[in-house]
Design a protein around this ligand. Sequence first.
Ligand code: BES
Ligand code: MN
Length: 454
Amino acid sequence: MSPNPIAETVAALMPRAKDELAELVAFPSVADFDHFPRAASEDAAGWVADALRAEGFEDVALLDTPDGTQSVYGHLPGPAGAPTVLLYAHYDVQPPLDESAWTTPPFELTERDGRWYGRGAADCKGGVIMHLLALRALKANGGVPVGVKFIAEGSEEQGTGGLERYARANPGLLAADAVVIGDTGNFRVGLPTVTATLRGMTMLRITVDTLEGNLHSGQFGGAAPDALAALIRVLDSLRAEDGSTTVDGLDAEAVWEGLEYPEADFRADAKVLDGVDLIGHGSVADRIWARPAVTVIGIDAVPVAGATPSVPASARAQVSLRVPPGQDAGKATELLRAHLEAHVPWNARVAIEQVGQGEAFRADVTSPAYTSMAEAMRVAYSGEEMQVSGEGGSIPLTNALAQLYPEAEILLIGLSEPEAQIHAPNESVSPDELERLSVAEAHFLVNYARSREV
Ligand code: BES
Ligand code: MN
């Protein structure tokens, strides 16, 4: 890294950042309180609030959002006339899933081969630390040149939209001239990247019932309507032969314009097994950034262990649909619902319930803040040029902020590059990326403040 005071300060702060990330990762703050303790999320929220107070933030508050979780807010006033920048991250995490698949315990930050492992290390507790590092570097080098609002969401991963609803009900609260969403990732390690688009998503649960109870599969099988077979048929109708998504009436042929994702890189990042084909058609970028994608994320059916020769009477699935930028998540939900209802065979009874929804997002990457970020990334990454990529994942608040504050310039950066393996066992963060992105964010705030001086 080129020697400059901000970079030197951040480098010196890294041991502390590691200790802090370890403290934050130690809270199992999964915002699913049927399965994880609410106290863990409350403690994580308290940790963030204390950190903000220690940095001199005012009005630090735990916001009780309508989904029963808490988001942490704080305001650091800037110099007179300076613009306000909103910094976003989330402190909730995905569940660890199969704990035995973790090499080291999910809630103990552990260094291995130059990366720090732990649930939320990249997504998105590392994002909280990145913002803190950037602010501390500025305070040690002449002060923070902008007003800062900080918001750490408490249930981003659940898709329950608590903060989104809170923000709409309190429309002044998060108002800012620019927003840095610290919850995406570089296209790959070492390649500084802003994310231009996010997909939205919708989730439905479908239950199929055919019989009052399971039946002997010899005595009745062949004529008795099988609920699992009906569910399999309706779920399979969501795909064409090549595996691409086919929801009746939903456009799935859009083309991505911008940075391409070479197929070989994608295969390696996704760890696709040798000899297994990718699904869909068009470029990889078309498929993951510009088009819808349906995934059956859970099925309740009779388990193999203890299986008896019976015709299943009912079966249930959870279906997620990623919705590309330019398509409305509400409309996509209705199309998916209608498709599922229409494709259930044999007049089987079907019930559909919605469990989450978030809109897609497309940034205006020609807005002036992007010039400030490009310059900042060039400095932090020793001359490496900023890349502009798409992202197939979702951050529902982003679209709400764009609607509430149409003038705000929104930038997405973060620590979730492909090697981070977010949402999977053995999630990790690259400390080099944490360091360099913190330096980039600090420089961005300086450049942005300067660009707004009259
Ligand atoms: N940080 C992710 C979004 C993301 C994914 C960024 C991949 C970069 C690479 C975010 O926390 C996330 O996972 N969001 C959920 C939201 C959903 C539940 C509405 C998602 O996309 O599944
Ligand atoms: Mn996530």
